[in-house]
Design a protein. Structure first.
Length: 350
């Protein structure tokens, strides 16, 4: 029996898709998945095996008005629908960061999408294209994709983390996606790990998002460079000499080039992730912590450090069993998961 707030997920596919699964028939019907982030929108044609046939991106106008935000989303969708292979699309799945009401198809609020507040996004897209639309939090959607076909396939209990502009999370418990009463559960990026930490855009203080997201790393680097330009010379050089040009990518590139200052900044972000993961392990005892999102590739370089530090921050005697792994779909986890909202999900656990 499915619990309230839980969605059964399929266990039919393995992590690595076979060539025959990846090859898509011309007659196959596709689902249009849409992943909306704070800086970009990506839409794509997704098949029943979770493979993405093609995708299109557009910049997200997150800080404009509601109509401007919708226009940005439609630009990415239009880019996909112009392809002849999109003629079989009949449904659209959408993932967004922040608080959503999946039952009503509403974006309640999102720190990284201030353009929308109690916004009926699913309805607006349905009116534009005539296709039925389902809406979910991006990390919940990504958790669904990774559990069905990705790095969490076969797990009874899995915790998904999306590292990017912000930090999102999704939970698969007892083989089912747990999304709460309305679909808004799993907002783990706004769990406080420091009562006296910096104030987050959500209104709380010390959220993990303020320490380990790409935005946080860039902000930390700029603050440190402002007090010691000599230590941040390599980062500044990569940023064209301007502090305001320093990004998480700049810091990552400097660290790869051997800059100890950049490496320290990323190690600090990793140490805060370990604190957060420790609480998650003690609370949920997941078999795997799957790390995805645009910033995941950078932070996974520090996975050995996180695993080592986890010995301090998790007291669960089975903490060593919680594997920290890279998401199979990487930056497209939420896109694939958005499409998966329309796929049959059968719980095949013994």
């Amino acid at each position: 029996m499915t619990r309230q707030g839980a969605v059964p997920v399929s266990r039919e596919s393995t992590v690595a898709l076979a060539p025959k699964q990846q090859a898509m028939s011309k007659s196959q019907k596709f689902i249009l998945g849409v992943d909306i982030g704070g800086t970009k929108v990506e839409a794509g044609l997704v098949g029943s095996s979770g493979a993405v046939l093609l995708s299109a991106r557009s910049p997200m106008i997150a800080r404009g008005n509601a109509d401007e935000g919708l226009t940005a989303v439609c630009s990415a969708i239009d880019g996909v629908l112009r392809d002849p292979r999109a003629k079989t699309v009949g449904t659209i799945g959408v993932s967004v960061p922040g608080w959503v009401d999946s039952r009503r198809g509403t974006v309640v609020s999102a720190t990284n999408l201030p353009c929308w507040w109690n916004y009926p996004l699913a309805q607006k897209i349905e009116e534009r294209y005539g296709f039925p639309v389902r809406l979910a939090n991006d990390a919940n959607a990504a958790a669904l994709a990774e559990s069905m076909w990705g790095a969490g396939a076969g797990c009874e209990n899995m915790f998904y983390v999306s590292l990017g502009t912000g930090i999102g999370a999704g939970m698969v418990l007892r083989g089912e996606l747990f999304a709460g009463t309305t679909g808004a559960a799993g907002e783990g990026g706004h769990m406080t790990i420091d009562l006296y930490g910096p104030k987050c855009g959500c209104g709380k203080r010390g959220c993990i998002e303020m320490y380990s997201s790409g935005t946080a790393v860039a902000r930390h680097a700029r603050a440190e460079i402002a007090t010691s330009r000599s230590r941040g010379k390599k980062i500044l050089r990569l940023a064209g000499g301007a502090i305001e040009g320093v990004t998480a990518e700049t810091v990552s590139n400097a660290a790869l080039a051997g800059d100890s200052f950049a490496n320290e900044i990323l190690e600090t972000a990793a140490d805060h992730l370990a604190i957060w993961f420790g609480g998650i392990v003690d609370l949920l005892e997941p078999e795997r912590i799957v790390v995805g999102g645009g910033f995941a590739k950078v932070m996974m370089r520090y996975a050995p450090r996180i695993r080592k530090t986890l010995r301090v921050w998790a007291i669960n005697p089975n903490r060593k069993r919680a594997r920290i792994v890279k998401a199979h779909f990487q930056a497209q986890s939420a896109l694939v998961g958005a499409a998966a909202l329309w796929l049959p999900r059968t719980d095949t656990r013994k």
